[in-house]
Structures are given as structure tokens and as C-alpha cells.
Design a protein around this ligand. Structure first.
Ligand SMILES: Cc1cc2nc3c(=O)[nH]c(=O)nc-3n(C[C@H](O)[C@H](O)[C@H](O)COP(=O)(O)OP(=O)(O)OC[C@H]3O[C@@H](n4cnc5c(N)ncnc54)[C@H](O)[C@@H]3O)c2cc1C
Length: 327
């Protein structure tokens, strides 16, 4: 088809729920794969789409959509990145995963690069820094272990004595604490943040309500992610039960021509929220997307066994920008 697709995801990696919620869980209902770990399925899918050279904007949430006079769209992210495309395919699943924030009144003042981080996009940003991590799950443990090697100082603060993460990681963190590489403080929580423009210290409150202020360049609260339909809910789409209504009799298009919705985010009579169904909907949807993008061309479907895998031909003149933006 030689269509170019660009993926926007609010998470720092592609793969949606499979990567974020259950990468180590085996899946048993993907055709042709009797058993596959969700994370491995995503790895294989990324390998399979490589020849088509998709673009990626990760760690940014699609915030607004604007329809231009020529029928194309501009999708803008929360960081202001703009994508121009002829077709938009919303594959937003349960919505964008928003970080669960601790109830600290001043937290907003240090977001957006001023010291509070809910995701770690570039671990090297913390080299030589004083870092305070908060949380008791795998992310908090894994990042404490990783950053113990590169940061100047790592605190791990957790409300309880017990951790929810993998036993092996818990043991590693406790061993690092024994070596003084991680300052492990349990039955305590971060209750306040201080600084001028940027964060300079956090206040830790212990079980007995006493407090201690420690210097910090970064505070990383890792309390998990909560899915929310988020900004897509304001795009003028027809929504039913927190999902986008689509025309499943034809093309999975929404009430806005040129905007499709596939996967868990859509709804129609008989909808099943399964990975297999998302694949099927994408295959149908893209035929109609092709017709919008190439109104003068007839598309003849061919099996890959006949055609082979024809990767994206980036040398073609018309292939310069993304034609389909997907999120
Ligand atoms: C524990 C668990 C086990 C499961 N087991 C199975 C199974 O065995 N078999 C099966 O078929 N299914 C299973 N599922 C369901 C399956 O994971 C979903 O059907 C599938 O992930 C849906 O894929 P999707 O791409 O539609 O959405 P998602 O995987 O939810 O991905 C949506 C992506 O869109 C992003 N996004 C949303 N809004 C925005 C925005 N505004 N800007 C940028 N990005 C945005 C999100 O960050 C997310 O990464 C399971 C689900 C769970 C939770």
C-alpha cells in the first residue's frame, strides 16, 4: 500500500496494555502462537513492522485534533508536537495512562522538567543527581536498582515494609541498601516538596509523624498508571459507555469522516475487547483509509504469499509525511 504511519503514545514505549500492564503474562489466544508472553508479542510486532518504517512519538499524549479545509488533520500533543496526516486512526485502548500522583499540594510546581518525573524517559538524565523514588511496585524497585549505579544518591521511600514487586528485585534493593547504595526508608512517605524554580529538597514523614528534609534534584513517584479516555473525549466523537462508536458494518470510521477507531477504544454491537479483534479491525480500516488517501486509485488486495513483504519505499516523492496518524 506504501502508506506511511506515525504512532503517538502517551507511554514511553509502544505496545499499550501488553507492554505496560502485563508484559510477563502468557497469552494463549493469538492465532498461530500457542503461548506467547505479552512483551514478546509486542517485540515480534515491532520487528514485523520495521520494513514499513513507522514513525514514533512516545511519551506524549495526543491532546487536540484540528480538521483543515482540505480534509486533512493536525494532531497536537501535550508537548506541542504537531502531526499532519490525511487519516487518523484512534487505537487508544482504555485511554491514555495517567500517572497516579501523590497528594502533595506543591507537586504541580515542579512538573514539566523541574524535578518531578512520573516516567523515566532518559535514565541518563539522572546521572550524578540526588534522586528520591517513591513507591512499592516493580517500577520503583527496578529504577532504584538501575539508578543506584549512576545517580549520586538514591532514596527509596515506601509506605509499608512489604513490597509488591518481584521477590528478586526486593532482595536486590535490600542488598543495595545494605551496601549503602540505596537509602531505603519504609513506613514513610514524601509529604512536601521545596525549591525555587527547580526542586531542591523533599520532606519525608515517618510513621511517628516526625519529618526529615533531604536534598533532592529529582522526585520520582511511581504509584502506577490509571487509564482515562482523556483528551479524546473532547474531540467531538460519538461516545457510548466510555468508548467511541464506529461503523463496524463497513470501515470502523467514527462520526468524523477520516477519523477511525480500532481496538479496545471502539464500540459496536457484538464488540469483543481482544487483541485478535484489534488486528481484524485494523486490516479492514486500512483499506478504507487507503481509499481516502488515494481517491483516484483502485486498491487490489493481494496476499503476502503472492506479493511478499513490500516495505515502505521512502524514496517515493509522495511518501514524505505520515498519511495515517495512529494513537
Ligand atoms: C491483565 C490483562 C490480560 C489480558 N489478556 C488478554 C489475552 O489473553 N488475550 C487478548 O486477546 N486480550 C487480553 N487482554 C486485553 C488486551 O490487552 C487488549 O484487548 C489490547 O491491549 C487492546 O489493544 P489496543 O491497542 O486497542 O489498546 P491498548 O493496549 O490499551 O493501547 C492503547 C494505547 O493508546 C495510548 N493512548 C490512549 N490515549 C492516548 C492519547 N490521547 N495520546 C497518546 N496515546 C494515547 C495508551 O497510552 C496506550 O498505550 C488483557 C488485558 C489485561 C489488562
Amino acid at each position: 500500500m506504501n502508506l506511511r504511519c506515525h504512532l503517538i503514545d502517551a507511554l514511553p514505549q509502544p505496545g499499550g496494555q501488553c507492554s505496560e500492564i502485563y508484559p510477563k503474562k502468557p497469552i494463549y489466544d493469538i492465532p498461530g502462537l500457542p503461548e506467547v508472553l505479552a512483551g514478546d508479542l509486542v517485540t515480534n510486532l515491532l520487528e514485523q513492522i520495521k520494513p514499513f518504517q513507522p514513525g514514533y512519538t512516545l511519551g506524549e499524549r495526543a491532546e487536540t485534533i484540528e480538521k483543515l479545509e482540505d480534509g486533512s488533520f493536525i494532531v497536537t500533543t501535550n508537548l506541542g508536537t504537531k502531526h499532519h496526516a490525511l487519516v487518523v486512526a484512534i487505537a487508544g485502548g482504555l485511554g491514555s495512562f495517567e500517572p497516579r500522583k501523590p497528594p502533595i499540594a506543591s507537586i504541580g510546581a515542579y512538573e514539566n522538567g523541574k524535578g518531578v518525573y512520573y516516567f523515566i524517559k532518559n535514565p541518563e538524565d539522572f546521572n550524578g543527581k540526588k534522586v528520591v523514588i517513591s513507591g512499592g511496585g516493580d517500577s520503583a524497585l527496578d529504577w532504584s536498582i538501575y539508578l543506584a549505579e549512576v545517580a549520586e544518591e538514591v532514596y527509596l521511600i515506601h509506605r509499608r515494609n512489604e513490597f509488591r514487586g518481584a521477590l528478586d528485585s526486593v532482595e536486590k534493593v535490600r542488598a543495595l541498601a545494605g551496601e549503602g547504595k540505596v537509602k531505603l526508608i519504609t513506613e514513610a512517605e514524601v509529604v512536601d516538596l521545596n525549591g525555587d524554580e527547580n526542586l531542591s529538597s523533599v520532606v519525608i514523614q515517618f510513621k511517628d509523624k516526625t519529618k526529615e528534609e533531604v536534598r533532592a534534584d529529582a522526585f520520582i513517584p511511581l504509584f502506577g498508571l490509571a487509564p482515562k479516555l482523556g483528551p479524546i473525549a473532547d474531540w467531538g466523537l460519538e461516545i457510548e459507555k466510555n468508548a467511541i462508536k464506529v461503523n463496524n458494518a463497513l470501515d470502523y470510521q467514527t462520526n468524523i469522516p477520516g477519523v477511525f477507531a480500532i481496538g479496545d477504544v471502539n464500540t459496536y454491537p457484538g464488540k469483543l475487547k481482544l487483541i485478535l479483534c484489534g488486528f481484524h479491525e485494523a486490516a479492514i480500516m486500512i483499506q478504507y483509509a487507503y481509499a481516502i488517501i488515494n481517491p483516484d486509485k483502485k486498491f487490489n488486495m493481494k496476499y503476502t504469499t503472492v506479493n511478499g513483504v513490500q516495505g515502505f519505499d521512502g524514496t517515493k516523492k509522495e511518501a514524505k509525511k505520515a498519511e495515517v496518524v495512529s494513537l
